[in-house]
Ligand binder design. Sequence first.
Ligand code: ADP
Length: 483
Amino acid sequence: MRLRPTHLRARLTFWYVSVLAALLALGWAGTCTLLFLQLRSQVDRFAIEEIETVEGLFYFDAAGALQMRENYHNHPESKEVIDRYVEVLSPEGAVLFRNEKLGRRPLGGAPFAGEGVGGYSQRTARLSDGTRLRLVSRVHSLDGRALLIRLAHSEEPLYAGLDELLLASLLVLPVVLLTAGVAGYVLAWRALKPIERMARHAEEITAERLDARLPDDDTDDELGQLARVFNETLARLERAFEQLRRFTSDASHELRTPLAMIRSVGEVGLQKDGSREEYRDIIGSMLEEVNRLSSLIDNLLTISRADSGHLQLHKAAVPVMALAREAAGLFEILMEEKSQRLTLDGDETAQAEGDRLFLRQALVNILHNAVKYSPVGETIALHVRRDDGRVLVEIQDHGPGIPAEDHQKVFDRFYRVDKARWRESGGAGLGLAIAKWAVEAHGGTLTLESKLGEGSSFRISLPGAGLDGPFPPAVPAHASGFT
Ligand code: ADP
């Protein structure tokens, strides 16, 4: 069986009422104890005063028996003690006197060592009929004989008062707790109402409705903060979903074009009986599209791995000039075809801290653009230098340049400046996005300076490696023609 209430407001009320009941019980017990002790000390004080009165009323009669004067006219004070229990013992314990109220019942038994000597002894005791008493005793000397006088008050009225108080409290407590419970429940219900409202709104949020937001009453309380944090998370999710959706649709679009080309070239080839030469051309252009497709898929894979954070950088000191020579070597044939020249100069000792593969990819992408977009016969310059603990690589071409409004956009995925002529250059608009990601993943920056008609200059800034020093240039044989 489950005793815990399931609703938060019921749980809060339950705890609130329980704690209140415990505190009230504690308060009640404390108050009663204090009251009881105070009353008892008052009773003790009265008893002491009364013993002093009683002392003066005792006398030995002619037969040597102890008597108490009870004529009210000469000794009105004797009236005060008639309602108390009085007993007088000899130091040895022999009973010398018991008043009428006490009768034959013993009061407190045999004297204990030191009882009533040099002051008053106070204690609780019981009569044989169970009556609870507060007993005060004192040794008094009368006619040269020591007397142990005991005087006791009944504590029964005190206990009866306490019982009445307990009964009254037991009757009042449920009413108090019920009222507190109802008030607590209403308060909790009002305080938690906004959460219910939020939950209702949150239920309506799905992947298709990520633009929905939780109601934010613009308050600074915890619930207002919760709504704001949740809405910010939703906004981030919405942006991520939108980015993913755009990426998927752009990627499918990019993949569709070469596939459509392959298909149409294949269909045309099938429709006619061509010569061996013609078939070679058809297969050649199909292979060209397949190459385009596989490099596009490689790029898409790199980007999706980078997005998912699954790409791990294996950092080491990378000699940048050697890396640049290696990257440039890949375009040797292409540049020869376009009669282009690459000048490569700078600090041979410069080393960057990074993953060689990804830094190489960034350089290759930027160099490839420079070669692709520069006209026939132009020169491309690559310069490496060190600056304040960083390594700067500048790649400058004399191509068509990039309009100022596109300087930031060229780093976006699938962005091309000249949309009409992209099939000639063959890019899908991913090269610079990957280069920028690779550089920034190393704590570096990739910036562009370009003027239409004059050319472009891409600048990579990377953190330098601590151990700079002359490195044997890792130049691949085919790249040695670059100067
Ligand atoms: P792509 O694969 O299409 O070259 P990039 O991301 O590498 O994609 O480049 C994005 C666009 O930026 C290119 O389509 C091109 O229009 C422009 N661009 C990049 N580099 C250069 C350059 N060196 N000169 C002129 N335009 C460039």
